[in-house]
Design a protein around this ligand. Structure first.
Ligand code: ADP
Length: 525
């Protein structure tokens, strides 16, 4: 007879309440930290098993756990899922603006009588006077703050009411541990969260690796609509009957791509804010039931839905931040099997996103521009994409471990030396007094005799047309690489005009070998 390793009391509770034999990653240590009464900070990628870190102790501890969550839909999903494991419906409730007075009263009664172990609240519900009164009297086991990155202005999903959570907890007045959880936090966002929540000095932080080694990352140049649609259809057809999500920025694209797929015999459907809630929820159900294989979605589709066998996530339009990209691609391959993550990238899409920022307050504009600069760098990098993503989240990663699971590791891109062209490009920036955006500069070196060029007398300046032997994609690429290598910077205050940086000046004085990648033609493979 083999001796069975002893089972901890937490493992026993896990099996009893959730039917799982073992904890995933650091779940057990995290739960133990809460039992020790410590403030606990959990950074774990999507699919890592964050919910269990507060659900299990919530069920086990005396009193009711408060779970602060940003979205009503997320709360509802969680409550349904806990109820499906539990013995009674009262075990979990949510408290938000969708409830009637009577329902609210019932929820509070269930908490007072000790039946409810987990209460999901929206931050704005927490701030209501009568609720604060109630929580002050109630027996609260701990407070969980889900999607904690919403606290930070440096995150991709800042919610001002999240910054008031600490204040509310002080008013409620219990000296109870808090657990903050998020799937996306750069080092900057992390320190913001700890500071804002005033986590105890002896708080514990648990950072799980963000590496998803079953996901394949790829970026393809985005050409004309028909051409890109054809590629999408081809990719989808390579994976027949498999589930996938295609993210887009506009309702129109969602409709059009879904339509193009349907015409080609794929079970696809659009999902966007212009559809009524009933249709949206039906589409979501059809996706879960596999009556629909491919969803073309504009909004946070997939948040809180748990479909483990999504085999691909495509981005027809590039997202606004790396956090968004990581989060959305993270919905592929949650079962640990393969997942293809393909983004279509065109520099012009970055410009489009920048345009949306124009009317925003300066602070927001600057942050938005910075987040997008990272997206651009990711899209244009010739190095390991996985390493880029992990670095972004503050994780060291050696690209040899990528195992050819990104396009750049699988097909290293050819590079060409363009030192002289960079000199010409930077010279053009200077000649036009650092007053023009990339597009005008490209036209200038190409010697395009547009109205603007002629009206401003640019056609007579030195350097006009100096690069006419090359194509515009080449020049646009030279300027973008100069941007990415910090030889020029984009001034968002003056509509994206390019300015020479110190490094750029130095380069002009003493040029060094500069190489850029040649874009890969994926169609020919
Ligand atoms: P996250 O919130 O971090 O994205 P979830 O809490 O939704 O992750 O968990 C992801 C999946 O992992 C769910 O299907 C959940 O049931 C499952 N899961 C969580 N913990 C365990 C465990 N200890 N053993 C097996 N499966 C688990």
């Amino acid at each position: 007879m083999t001796a069975k390793a002893s089972v901890s009391f937490l493992e026993e509770a896990l099996a009893e309440n959730f039917g799982f034999d073992t904890f995933k990653g650091s779940q057990e240590a995290i739960i133990q930290s809460l039992f020790d009464g410590k403030d606990t900070f959990v950074i774990m990628p999507t699919g890592g098993g964050k919910s269990l870190c507060y659900q299990l102790p919530g069920i086990m501890m005396e009193g009711c756990a408060l779970v602060i969550s940003p979205l009503i839909a997320l709360m509802k999903n969680q409550v349904d899922s806990i109820r499906s494991h539990g013995e009674s419906d009262e075990i979990a409730h949510f408290l938000n603006s969708s409830l009637s007075k009577t329902q609210m009263r019932q929820v509070k009664e269930d908490i007072t009588s000790g039946k409810t172990k987990l209460l999901f609240v929206a931050p704005e519900t927490l701030t209501k006077e009568e609720n604060i009164e109630f929580f002050r009297e109630a027996r609260i086991s701990f407070v969980a703050i889900d999607e904690a990155h919403c606290i930070s202005e440096w995150g991709h999903d800042f919610r001002p009411e999240y910054r008031r959570i600490r204040e509310m907890l002080d008013l409620i007045g219990h000296n109870i541990p808090i657990i903050a959880l998020t799937a996306t936090a750069t080092p900057k966002v992390q320190s913001d969260i700890v500071k804002n929540l005033r986590m105890g000095e002896d708080h514990n932080t648990f950072v799980s690796s963000f590496n998803r080694d079953n996901l394949y990352y790829e970026v393809r140049p985005k050409g004309k609509k028909e051409y890109t649609f054809r590629q999408i259809i081809k990719i989808v057809k390579e994976m027949p009957d498999q589930s996938g999500i295609i993210y887009v920025q506009s309702r129109k694209s969602a409709e059009e791509i879904a339509q193009a797929l349907v015409v080609n015999g794929v079970k696809a459907a659009p999902y966007h804010a212009g559809l009524d809630p009933k249709t949206r929820s039906r589409t979501q159900d059809q996706f879960l039931m596999e009556d629909v294989d491919v969803i073309c979605a504009t909004i946070a589709f997939g948040m809180g839905i748990d479909k483990p066998d999504v085999r691909f996530v495509m981005h027809y339009d590039i997202p606004k931040s790396i956090e968004n990209y990581y989060q959305e691609t993270g919905r592929a391959g949650r079962d640990g099997l393969g997942g293809r993550c393909i983004a279509f990238y065109a520099y012009k899409d970055i410009l489009k996103l920048e345009k949306f920022l124009r009317d925003k307050p300066l602070m927001e504009r600057e942050m938005g521009a910075q987040l997008m600069q990272e997206v651009m760098a990711y899209s244009e990098t010739t190095a390991c994409r996985r390493r880029f993503l992990l670095h972004y989240f503050g994780e060291e990663y050696d690209e040899v471990n990528c195992n050819k699971m990104c396009d750049n590791c699988r097909h290293p891109r050819e590079r060409v030396e363009v030192t002289q062209s960079v000199v010409e490009a930077l010279q053009a920036v200077k000649t036009l007094d650092e007053n023009y955006p990339l597009k005008t500069l490209t036209e200038f070196v190409l010697g395009k005799e547009t109205k603007q060029m002629k009206d401003y007398g640019f056609t007579d300046l030195p350097g006009f047309g100096s690069g006419k032997d090359k194509e515009d994609v080449f020049w646009s690429s030279v300027f973008r690489q100069a941007l990415l290598n910090n030889l020029v910077r984009k001034d968002i205050e003056s509509y994206g005009t390019l300015k020479l940086t110190k490094e750029g000046e130095a380069f002009l004085k003493k040029p060094y070998t500069f190489e850029i990648p040649i874009d890969h033609d994926f169609e020919k493979e």
